[in-house]
Ligand binder design. Sequence first.
Ligand code: GLU
Length: 387
Amino acid sequence: MKLAARVEQVTPSLTLAIDAKAKAMRAEGIDICSFSAGEPDFDTPKHIVEAAKVALDQGKTRYGPAAGEPKLRQAIAQKLQHDNGLCYGAENVIVTNGGKQSLFNLMLALIEPGDEVIIPAPFWVSYPEMVKLAEGTPVILSTSVESGFKISPEQLRQAITPKTKLLVFNSPSNPTGMVYTPDEVRAIAQVVVEAGIWVVADEIYEKILYDGAEHLSIGAVGPEIYERTIVSSGFAKTYAMTGWRVGFLAGPVPIIQACVTIQGHSTSNVCTFAQYGAIAAYEGPQDCVKEMVSAFAERRKVMLDSLNAMPGITCPKPDGAFYVFPSIAKTGMTSQEFASALLDAQQVAVIPGIAFGADDCIRLSYATSLETIQMGMERLAKFMQSL
Ligand code: GLU
């Protein structure tokens, strides 16, 4: 069968594929320790679930505006003003089917064939593929452990060409967990403004920070960068709402309107009653977020200490998100060889770094129970000894 060239050059999502495999193995009764997808193991906080149940009882089960429920768009705009210092109204916001669709809509709305999109590596698996689906050209900027997995302003400046349209800026980062400091964010913003390109800030992990790390939204640096910024985020990671599929994109009205048109011909509105849960997430108490972040902090420590005690593995300390990104370079294996041998030998699921543009690393999510982490680390240590 001849499929469209557009899809033939795109690889399936490894995070979703490995997560599905791990879940299927568990359903078959296999005792698996999964550190695959970034999915908090907590239940969605009760007040959010209750709000969605009330919405169901009230008959919020019909089509809504493709851009999202007006009340949710307003709540998101208020949150962006209050938490991030970004001056948006409801008209600057579109509610999307998770953060993923917000980025996909943006690529379709902004990128034309031949446009270059700068993506610092290690990157979240879907960024380059979305750019390719929009018939743009991903331009990967490599970083290293030594640079803290961060790009420098100079490196960005050198990568910009007349074809550059957009920079994808993800902090805290999936997969490395690194967080750009406010000064570093300001320096990147200056390059973006000087070059006159766009920046999309993927801020889905902004609330998951450790050891006093600070998040500064790049669009809040000043009026010039504000005009060139689009924010992508969602409820999945902060409020344990992965399956609800509620995210958003915020930015200049013409871009948001273009995304509404795209969404109006593709998925229409996000599940109506799920949007009422999202309203409760932003308008309700935030203690649940603090509790989850402090649980992640404890798990992070256990995982980091265990990994760094294993000969053959070195793991930098992340400041945010819920991933570690250790190097397995000393084993001499590719990340896929390593991940598949580990799954076969010890039933431990990790994501090979190749999915994120770093074949000498693996990614482990610690958004899972301490018991799973302890057991998984024992198994990983055994695996390392066996090599
Ligand atoms: N964003 C999460 C991850 O990186 C969920 C899976 C996905 O959408 O890629 O694991």
